[in-house]
Design a protein around this ligand. Structure first.
Ligand code: SAM
Length: 283
């Protein structure tokens, strides 16, 4: 008998992945957590029935959400990751010797525990001495922060359930306050292709542009995410994501990546016309 994992991306379209084993399942205080083993994508983390990451393609998402801001900010030392309980964003940040402190604020401790046990290649850097993990709601945490961070990475679930508050004007306004005078915020920003998700892209962008003087979308191809066309938000108090990219400085760091490079960085901000149209009236 063949087990399969199916995630509906619309009422009529879904992603279906053959599964060898159902390694873990539990209901935490916040969400259902599952870990599956698949022949094609390796291990898969699923939260409330939604695919969060797979061993095979998580590098794309985690490299793009971390190296884009890190290649623009000239001297990021203190970084906040909100969500990101799998550790992938933290792993990429730990590749920078100049980073002195990484605060990870994850609402669900059980996600961290499960990823430490079942996804060691993703969660490998939690033991880095620069990493401080706090288990609380990121929405509440940033209310208490002011002028603290060079970069904030919002690596959250989708805009419903525990992640809903991380897509609000209040949250983005508090992130602005929590950032230093040249701070950068990046966030996962859903897909522009399916109508409901496209509406979310527009809604999220509208909330962000109310708080930041500069806000741009960029994109990556993530095979297991809805439509495969995934967006990220880059918002900044001072730096432009392409004009202030210092490719020579980043390349001289010799950081090993499999998806991100400084040429792709520039291209990632060149959006398809239908995506430009989608957000035109918002900016
Ligand atoms: N990094 C993965 C990826 O490749 O997309 C998935 C994102 S990560 C698993 C999303 C995390 O956000 C989850 O662990 C979830 O518990 C956490 N989260 C959701 N709402 C949150 C909130 N309000 N505050 C802090 N963490 C939250």
């Amino acid at each position: 008998m063949q087990l399969t994992f199916t995630e509906k991306h619309t009422p009529h379209v879904g992603l279906c992945i053959d599964v060898n084993k159902h390694l873990y399942t539990a209901q935490s205080a916040f969400q259902r957590i599952d870990v599956l083993e698949s022949p094609e994508f390796g291990r898969i983390l699923v939260l409330d029935g939604i695919l969060m990451l797979t061993e095979k393609d998580e590098f794309i998402y985690h490299e793009m959400i971390v190296h884009v801001p890190m290649a623009v900010h000239p001297a990021a030392k203190r970084v906040l990751v909100i969500g990101g309980g799998d550790g992938g964003a933290v792993r990429e940040l730990c590749k920078y010797d100049a980073v002195e402190r990484i605060d990870l604020v994850e609402i669900d401790a059980q996600v961290v525990e499960v990823c430490r046990e079942y996804l060691p290649a993703v969660s490998q850097s939690f033991s880095d001495p620069r990493v401080n993990v706090r288990y609380e709601d990121g929405l509440k945490y940033v209310r208490r922060c002011s002028d603290l961070y060079d970069i904030i990475v919002v690596d959250s679930t989708d805009p419903f359930g525990p992640g809903e508050g991380l897509f609000t004007k209040e949250f983005y306004g508090n992130c602005f306050k929590a950032l230093k005078e040249d701070g950068i915020l990046v966030n996962q920003h859903e897909n522009p292709f399916y109508p409901d998700d496209a509406a979310a892209v527009r809604r999220i962008h509208k909330q962000i542009v109310l708080s930041f003087p500069l806000s741009r979308l960029y994109q990556a191809h993530i095979p297991t995410y809805p439509s495969g066309h995934w967006l990220f938000g880059f918002s900044s108090k001072k730096y432009h994501p392409v004009q202030h990219l210092d490719a020579d400085r980043w390349n001289a760091l010799n950081i090993k990546t499999r998806y991100y490079n400084t040429n792709l960085h520039k291209a990632a901000f060149a959006l398809p016309t239908y995506v430009e149209e989608l957000i035109k009236g918002v900016e």
